[in-house]
Every structure is written in C-alpha cells, then in structure tokens.
Design a protein around this ligand. Structure first.
Ligand code: CTP
Length: 424
C-alpha cells in the first residue's frame, strides 16, 4: 500500500471506535489517508482524533465554502486510489444503492469512479432485513467491494452477522484491491491532488475477446393450459451475472433466458424462451460456440395433455396431468457434433452435494459442474449469494460463500484460463 491515497469515510455506528486503529494501520503501511466523518459518525469518534492520527484535516461539511474553494468534494473523492467506508451503516448503504447525495459522504460516493470498499456494521436483524439484502445486491452489481461483516456478539446484546470486520481484515482487503505499489514518484505525505485528465482507469482485461459463449439462465415455464404453468423458484440472478462477467471480459454472449425475474444484462444477444423445448432449440441455433454455461433451472418434465383453453372446475374432480421428460440440454450439448470446447453445468442439490455433482458430471458428459446446496435454509435459490463447489475431472474445489456477482467473475476468469490453455 506504499504511496497509495485512501479516502476513509466513517459513518455512524458503534464500530466507528475501530476506525482510529484503521487510520493508524493505513499510515503504518506507507499510505496517506484523508478522513470524512458523517454527522452520525461524529457521535462515536471525534474529528480531532481522526485528523491527529491521519495528519490531515477531517472533512464533514458538504457546503463548507472555505474548503470548497481549496478542495471541492469532487476532487476529494477522485484523487484517492481507493475509497473505504468503515463502518458502512445500513443507512449509508441504502443511500449508495439508490443514489442519494444529501451529505458530504454520500455526495463523495456519488461523484467518484474510484473503487469503493465497504465494511458494513449493523445489528444482525438490519443486516438480514430484505431491504438491506436488496441494497447489498445492488451494490455488488455496481462493483462495490465488501469486507465482512463478521459474526459475533453485538453492542446491543444480540449475536449474529453484522460486526464490522477487524481493521487487519480491512487492511488485507484494501491491499488486495490496490494491487502492486504505486510508482516511487508518489509522495505519501503529499496532499491529495486532482489527477490529470489523461489518467484513465484501465478497463477489465478483455481475455475473452473474439470468443462466443452461450449462457442459459432462469427457470422454464411448462404450460398446463393458457393461464397455468409449472415453474420453479429460479430468479436468473446467477445466470445474468455470468453473462455480464463474460461480456465484461470481451466475449460475445448469447443469453438464452426463461421467464426470469432479474432483467437480462445489456450488451449481450438475448433470446427469450418459455419452455425447456424452446430453450433447447435456441441453444441449438446459437451454436457454434467456444464455451457453454448452462445455468438455467430447466424443468425436467412438460405436460403432454396441456389444454388449449382454460381448464374449468366442473365438479368432476381434479384434472390429471400426463407428463413427459424434457430434453436435457446440458447432456445434449456435451455430446453434440458441434460441442463447445468447454461445457459447464450447474447442479442444484439439497443433499450429498459433492457426490451427486460428481455423478451428474459424468452422467451429463460436461467438463465442469458448479454445485450448490439449494436447501431452503441456505437462502441460495433466489438469494444474492452462492456457495459453490466446483467439480472437474481432477476433483472438487470448495469456493467460499460469496455474492453471485463474484461467483460469476471467478467463473469467467476460469473459462478464460481454460480457453487460453486449450485445457478443460
Ligand atoms: N439441465 C439442462 N436441461 C435439463 C435439465 C437440466 O440443461 N432438462 C442442466 C441445468 O441447466 C444444469 C444441470 O443440467 O446446468 C443440472 O441441473 P439439475 O436441475 O441440478 O439436474 P437435473 O438434470 O434436473 O438432475 P436431478 O433432477 O436428478 O438432480
């Protein structure tokens, strides 16, 4: 972190008591730090502490005309190498997710394209609240990185997830995001300066430029009659994130999606289908491809006696549905004449995840299976996070639980490696 410039935003939570230590560690690592304190944060830590430890003024006012003349808020956020929000409260995360800018901290976060790392800290119920879950998903989608929160006892006496990550863990996350040290010319003690216009943030490496990847996503709907259908709980979140990650790495993506709740990403060729049989046809039509990722939750059966008109209840008992198996798109593409070089499947399991996924991999004939435990208590189906075990020819590799966006990026990287090596 030598020579890096950190802008540290301290929001209002009891965990703010840990930020002076964070400031000390940042400086000890050879980086400079400028602090911004929200009015809530000032209830827990004083501007004097932060400015003394950072050896720089602590900012808190949006409309401070003297400072505005010296250093506008735009400059303050853009001249940093990394913005760290610690603690990030539920309130500040909500503002970030929805673009509110009503104080210095939220305005800085809106006015920047500098990478942002947040260290959330809040009561476990606030962390688990559907509104915070939604905001977390939006922030992950916006490429905001997150460290923690940890599980443990809380100041309010409850136990659970929501404690801010320890300063050492925040330092480690910062180090990972900042990458190699800045050129020796940078003086860590120098005041923040506006970078020249010519400084641009390098785009994500386009390692999949010139490659075509087919991604299936979402559930399928199998009609019973014109108004009823058989479906499943897939939201399409994971498939959508995968298509976006592959696109960001330069791939041409054909995104074959069932009726999912998450909208398809921009910049991909979207083919909308309803049934498994339509999905199969769309995948066939999209070949040839370099790789295929079958992330859809395809219905296993369709109704063969689906009615043309709405089935009425006429007192003669419930209708009986006859069903036939749907084509297995993953098994089909794995043995197709135009088989993509790399075929990746998913396995939604509720028990014996690795054993079932390993068996599924050989049965379907694909190269990799990303297996996840979709038991209701995991919250994975329809949630924002995923816990993947990747099963390949050489065995099973457990990935830590992470957002579906991060799973997608990791998978896209692995696909780029495999296509580059010519390996599977
Ligand atoms: N899949 C597919 N076509 C189907 C069924 C599944 O392409 N008709 C793909 C899915 O997209 C996923 C993988 O196969 O990549 C495994 O899906 P899963 O639902 O876990 O397995 P099933 O094949 O349905 O097997 P089972 O019901 O025995 O678990």
């Amino acid at each position: 972190m030598q020579g890096k410039r950190i802008l540290l935003i301290v929001a209002g939570g009891i965990a703010a008591y840990k930020t002076p230590e964070l400031v000390r560690l940042i400086r000890k690592a050879g980086a400079s730090v400028t602090t911004v304190l929200t009015s809530g944060g000032a209830q827990f830590v004083t501007p004097l502490t932060l400015s003394a430890l950072s050896n720089a003024p602590c900012h808190s006012e949006l409309f401070d005309l003297t400072r505005e003349a010296e250093m506008g808020h735009i400059e303050l956020s853009r001249s940093a190498d990394l913005i760290v929000v610690a603690p990030a409260t539920a309130d500040l995360m909500a503002k970030m997710a929805h673009g509110l800018a009503d104080d210095l901290a939220s305005t800085l976060l809106m006015a920047t394209d500098t990478p942002v790392l947040i260290a959330p800290a809040m009561n476990v119920r606030m962390w688990d609240h559907p509104a915070t879950r939604r905001n977390r998903a939006i922030l992950a989608d916006d490429d905001i990185d997150m460290v923690g929160p940890d599980e443990g006892g809380m100041a309010c006496g409850e136990w659970g997830e929501g404690r801010m990550a320890e300063p050492e863990a925040i330092m480690q996350a910062m180090g990972e995001l900042l990458g190699p040290p800045a050129p020796a010319l940078t003086d860590a003690s120098a005041p923040l300066r506006l970078p020249p216009e010519s400084v641009i943030i390098p785009p994500a490496p386009r390692r999949l430029a010139g490659r075509h990847v087919i991604v299936t996503s979402g559930p399928t709907h199998e009609p019973i009659d014109p108004v009823r259908y058989i479906a499943n709980r897939s939201s399409g979140t994971q498939g959508t994130a995968i298509a976006a990650a592959l696109r960001d790495m330069g791939a041409r993506v054909t995104f074959v999606t069932g009726p999912a709740t998450s909208p398809p990403p921009s910049g991909v060729d979207v083919v909308r289908v309803e049934t498994a049989r339509q999905m199969h046809e769309a995948v066939q039509a999209a070949l040839p491809a370099d790789a295929a990722v079958m992330a859809a939750a395809v219905a296993d059966w369709h109704v063969t006696n689906a009615a043309d008109r709405k089935v009425k209840k006429d007192g003669s008992g419930a209708p009986s549905l006859q069903m036939a198996e749907n084509p297995d798109i993953l098994a089909w593409i794995s043995r197709a004449a135009q088989r993509p070089r790399l075929v990746v499947g998913f396995a939604a399991e509720t028990d014996d995840v690795v054993a079932n996924a390993t068996a599924k991999r050989s049965r379907k004939g694909c190269d990799w299976i990303l297996a996840n435990d979709v038991s209701p208590e995991t919250g994975i189906m329809g949630g924002d996070e995923n816990a993947i075990t990747m099963v390949t020819e050489s065995g099973a590799e457990a990935w830590p639980r992470m957002t579906k966006v991060k799973v997608a990026r990791r998978l896209a990287d692995r696909i780029a490696d495999a296509l580059q090596d010519g390996a599977r």
